[in-house]
Write a protein that binds this ligand. Structure first.
Ligand code: PLP
Length: 393
């Protein structure tokens, strides 16, 4: 969450005054409008707003028809929800390496494809775009579905196309930590009518009783209750209006850092698959050792610190810390645990803490500095000076 204020307060007041807080009431239209506005902004046919990014991933996977017996390839550097969404469908997440862009390594994707692989989930973590050209090429070659996890990349792009709109479907999150926010929230985007309708039905257990159920092209099935509400919808409409300005300002700040630090001795930036489409939330520096990375991240010059952090410390965003998954505990009951399902016998689930050594090495030698779109020029300059000093030492 970067910018929230009067517009959101007025939007919430509007909904409360209308007494129409429930999406499916006749006069409630905030979430409907948000979905239309999101589709327009993203340039897609269909958008579905729901309760969280995890709900978005799960409903999109339901939309894609993923289930027991399927393998879904995901990167070892992502929030754990990417993996749990796959397991929620009864499928097995195949965890693989990232490359020096810190996004899923296309070469490793190809190495892990089996007769059971059904989908790939490239994750645009930290707002860093994945190598979508390569990923789509592989998906086409092996007839795989692509679900983009754009939960940390609301509004970002790859070669001019919005992240989340390149694969078969995309998932966004609007939780507190994301680029735009309603506290909690998420969305699925797709150009595929069947994926949309299946995600729609899955996300709303009561959908059988709703008017749109008449337009469905398949018999209704039951799913979950991930339906959004009008207050969330109203906040998200205001946030969506601010999205492109937030991204412009984040990118501006990040580019000042890059321009002023380029050519400075010892500086290497994390490689980007598309530096223009990058969300600008985070500047990444690559070092040769964890020791050098830590020294840089914690450097202080008077009151001003580099204020960096190492992604190796980011806990549930690295596969080796997904303790329940590494130990194959999922769900509340042994027979609903995908790891125990007979359909999943022989699937790739040989997890271990050091199964992706390249990922761990890269994450331990990287320093991130979080950007703020509202920093003044003077603040940016002081921070850059501090980085320069730190790089000299
Ligand atoms: C935040 C996040 C999610 C889950 O989003 P929630 O809204 O918290 O459920 C999924 N994937 C990634 C990569 C995320 O960063």
């Amino acid at each position: 969450m970067f910018r929230m204020g009067k517009e959101e307060i007025d939007a919430v007041a509007r909904v409360i005054n209308s007494k129409q807080l429930f999406r499916i009431n006749d006069y409630a239209r905030e979430v409907d409008h948000f979905e239309e506005e999101l589709s327009a902004k993203m340039g897609v046919e269909y958008s579905l707003c729901l309760t969280s990014g995890t709900a978005a991933l799960i409903s999109a996977l339901a939309g894609l028809g993923i289930g027991p017996g399927d393998e879904v390839i995901i990167p070892g550097y992502t929030f754990m929800a990417t993996a749990t969404a796959v397991l929620a469908m009864g499928a097995i997440p195949v965890i693989i390496e990232v490359d020096d862009s810190l996004t899923i390594d296309p070469i490793e994707i190809e190495k892990h494809i089996t007769q059971y692989t059904k989908a790939i989930i490239p994750v645009h973590l930290i707002g860093f775009p994945c190598n979508m050209d390569k990923i789509m090429e592989i998906a086409k070659k092996y007839n795989l579905k692509v679900l983009e996890d754009a939960c940390q990349a609301d509004g970002g792009s790859y070669k001019g196309k919005r992240l989340g709109t390149i694969g078969d479907a995309g998932a966004f999150s609007f939780n507190f930590y994301k680029i735009i926010s309603a506290g909690e929230g998420g969305a699925v985007v797709t150009n595929n009518r069947t994926i949309y309708q299946r995600a729609l039905v899955y996300h709303d257990g009561g959908s059988a009783f709703r008017p749109f159920a008449k337009g469905l092209e398949f018999p209704i099935f039951l799913g979950q209750q991930y339906r959004s509400n009008e207050i969330t919808g109203a906040i998200l409409r205001e946030q969506l209006k601010k999205l492109d300005d937030i991204l412009t300002d984040l990118r501006k700040v990040k580019n000042i850092f890059i321009n002023k630090l380029t050519g400075v001795e010892n500086v290497t930036f994390v490689r980007s698959n598309d530096s223009e489409g990058d969300c600008g939330t985070t500047l990444g520096f690559a070092f040769d050792s964890q020791e050098e990375a830590r020294k840089f991240a914690t450097y202080k010059s008077g009151d001003q610190g580099v204020d960096g952090w190492l992604p190796i410390d980011s806990d549930k965003h690295i596969y080796c810390n997904w303790e329940p998954i590494l130990n194959k505990r999922f769900g509340h009951h042994p027979t609903t645990n995908p790891f125990n399902m007979p359909e999943n016998k022989g699937r790739l689930m040989d997890y271990s803490k050091n199964m992706c050594p390249t990922t761990l090495k890269l994450l331990s030698q990287t320093v991130f500095i979080s950007m703020n779109p509202d920093w003044s020029e003077a603040e940016i300059d002081t921070r850059i000076q501090c980085c320069k000093e730190a790089l000299k030492k």
